[in-house]
Each structure stands twice: as structure tokens, then as C-alpha cells.
Design a protein around this ligand. Structure first.
Ligand code: CU
Length: 107
């Protein structure tokens, strides 16, 4: 699997909701969150029901926080390639995002 990070800002002037994502390179793309359990161990879990984005709001997907998870990669992610991710919004519809593959970036 692989993960993608980005920040998404709602410039539409109306409240919206990010309800799904997809990419050609993966069977499916899920929204995940990170949280620490009672023992301080970080666990990630699927975010159900999408992500609310009020007008003007920015949602950040970042390492150690919420992220897009590519499940069932169909091909290796090659350094320097660009992956097209389709974000699906309740009102704005589908928006495509070009995500550069970067195996070297660290927080
Ligand atoms: Cu994940």
C-alpha cells in the first residue's frame, strides 16, 4: 500500500464534503486517520462517512495525521512519477489532483 498527503481547501463558497477518492494505480483509495491507543501506539483507521469541508475550510492530510491510503497497488510507485488522484466531492463533483511520488521525503 501507499499513502498520499495534501491539503484540500474549499474555495467553492458553499459547504461541501469530500466523500471519496480513487486512483488508477490502486484497487481503492481510503481516507485514514491516525490516533494513539491507550498504550500510546499509533494506529490508523478508515474514516467513514467522508470529510466535512465548510466553505473556506482547509483539511490537511499529512504524515502522522489524516492521509489518503492506496489499497491494493496495481503497480509499483516509481520515484519521480506522478499519480493522478480523483477526489470526489458531494457538491463540487470530481476533482483531479496530480501527486508526485516521493520516497525520500521525511517529516
Ligand atoms: Cu492508512
Amino acid at each position: 500500500s501507499g499513502a498520499a498527503f495534501m491539503s484540500v481547501t474549499n474555495h467553492s463558497g458553499a459547504d461541501d464534503r469530500l466523500i471519496g477518492a480513487s486512483a488508477d494505480i490502486a484497487e481503492k483509495v481510503e481516507f485514514h486517520s491516525h490516533s494513539s491507543d491507550a498504550n500510546g501506539v499509533m494506529r490508523m483507521g478508515k474514516i467513514d462517512g467522508g470529510i466535512n469541508l465548510e466553505s473556506g475550510e482547509t483539511h490537511v492530510f499529512e504524515r502522522g495525521g489524516d492521509h489518503l491510503m492506496f489499497m491494493g497497488l496495481k503497480q509499483p510507485l516509481v520515484q519521480g512519477d506522478t499519480v493522478t488522484v480523483m477526489l470526489e466531492f458531494e457538491k463540487a463533483g470530481t476533482v483531479s489532483v496530480a501527486v508526485p511520488v516521493d520516497h525520500e521525503r521525511r517529516p
